[in-house]
Design a binder for this molecule. Sequence first.
Ligand code: FES
Length: 142
Amino acid sequence: MLEKMKSMEHEAGSRRRFLRRGFGWIILGAMAYPLFRFLGFRVPRKPVHVRIEKELGLRGFALEHEFILFANQDGAWAVSRRCTHLGCTLAFDEAARLLVCPCHHSQFDMSGKRLAGPAQRDLAVYPVEKAPEGSKGYIVTL
Ligand code: FES
């Protein structure tokens, strides 16, 4: 009888330990989630396709809200207009052929490469496809 009670106590203690540990892992996971978010763990977002329904000349460009689309004899490419310093929207200096930040004057070339200023990284470059046969323009994937 005494042995059976000890065995039951041992089982209950083991179950309690198991539940306590499981609960501890849940609490730890709940606390770690914001930390992962803070450290840059990102859920990949769905690509957005933007259609530009105009043809660009050889030195042409199309200024859109999120990107600038360029074209030359080799093809078309799109560069983000978000400055990599603090996120201001870049302007395009057509004469100098440069993307210039109005906030702290970082400069980028037309391929998105950083040339000057406090920004430390190059701009994002987005893939561009020619619109399907029978329609004009480009499709930019953000
Ligand atoms: S936000 Fe563009 S240089 Fe600072």
